[in-house]
Design a protein around this ligand. Structure first.
Ligand code: PEP
Ligand code: MN
Length: 343
């Protein structure tokens, strides 16, 4: 069961509802979103039947949710949610462009990439300091030094930062620097990590697992939500397929479908889907047309020298083409560009 609190509900109202649930033998999970607080209730059929929360002060609605994911379900959400990252909205009314290097390599490379992103119209900067690499011999990221570089670049360029965390032990450190925490595809079901990022209260970008079903993806989001954090953005980044010439297969259906199953924003990462830069713009266009709430791409000033994913990094004409796509297509679909809405 889910209890939706009224927009003006006070902390006391919320505490009273939680106490009411406890007294009836249920368990309450409070999630605070930008516009409203939702309380998930877990308990036996008996508990849910006898616990009448409808008349309590501050309660707008109580509802039984039939989907296995309760807090992130679209059920009973008249509108999909908007998540704010350092003031930048990601949601159904806007279109958010996120760009940056796959990995933070040096201060100069990160700064140059950030200016490339900003000039192309991005309103958030991406960049990994902890890199989940297939090979243990590949560049693993600069760690805390990379986070410091990102924070410095944010101050200079003025773009809030999205960066990945791969280990529950690093979550607090990464959260000190980041505006949004990214959970990568390989960690989508790392439940300890999901619980840890949920507890920080920072916005989280949850990438879809390489072979995850929509339900598995949303159940992973539910872990974060259940820790009290509803500021979750889902990112479709391609799934494992039988075709060897592309790295992953961008699942355009996922964007449309998951927006029907969940109230959370859904963005698309065509770079990690394609694995090659010549496909990034066409896939980005497809994602935008399918209704994605934003796009995230890799850029690099010198891709031939990149320590990670250089083959898919945009620069020059292709970045200009993407910039044009994110400027032209979203307004045709009734969206405004988030680049102008920060703050
Ligand atoms: C990334 O965005 O840097 C990344 C590693 O992506 P994914 O987890 O989707 O492979
Ligand atoms: Mn990468």
């Amino acid at each position: 069961m889910v209890i939706v609190m009224a927009t003006g509900a006070s902390d006391t109202d919320i505490a009273d509802v939680v106490a009411h649930i406890d007294n009836h033998g249920g368990q309450a999970f409070v999630s605070r979103g930008v516009t409203r607080t939702i309380i998930g209730v877990v308990g036996t059929e008996d508990v849910l039947e006898t616990m009448d929360a409808d008349g309590l002060p501050g309660v707008a609605e109580t509802m039984r949710i039939t989907a296995p994911y309760k807090l992130v379900s679209a059920q009973n959400h008249a509108r999909r949610s908007t998540v704010r990252v350092g003031g930048v909205p990601i949601g159904p009314d806007t279109f958010t462009f996120i760009a940056g290097p796959c990995a933070v390599e040096t201060a100069e490379q990160t700064l140059e990439s950030a200016w490339m992103a900003k000039r192309a119209g991005a309103s958030l900067l991406r960049g990994g300091a902890y890199k989940p690499r297939t090979s243990p011999y590949a560049f693993q990221g600069l760690g805390v030094e990379g986070l410091r570089i990102l924070a410095e670049v944010r101050d200079v360029v003025g773009l809030p930062i999205v960066t990945e965390v791969t280990d529950p032990n690093d979550v607090d450190t990464v959260a000190e620097y980041a505006d949004m925490l990214q959970i990568g595809t390989r960690n989508m079901q790392n439940f300890g990590l999901l619980n840890a990022v949920g507890a920080t209260g920072k916005p989280v970008m949850l990438k879809r697992g390489l072979t995850a079903t929509y339900e598995e993806w949303l159940m992973a989001a539910e872990y974060i939500a259940q820790r009290g954090n509803l500021d979750i953005v889902l990112c479709e980044r391609g799934v494992r397929s039988f075709e060897p010439s592309i790295r992953n297969m961008l699942d355009v259906s996922a964007i449309a479908m998951v927006q029907r199953l969940s109230h959370l924003p859904v963005i698309v990462d065509p770079s990690h889907a394609a694995g090659r830069r010549d496909l990034v713009v066409p896939l980005a266009r497809a994602g935008i047309a399918a209704g994605a709430d934003g796009v995230m791409v890799d850029v690099h000033p010198h891709p031939e020298a990149a320590l990670c994913d250089g083959a898919q990094a945009l620069f020059g004409d292709l970045l200009a083409e993407l910039s044009q796509a994110v400027t032209i297509i979203p307004p045709l679909l009734g969206r405004t560009s988030a680049a102008h809405l920060a703050g």
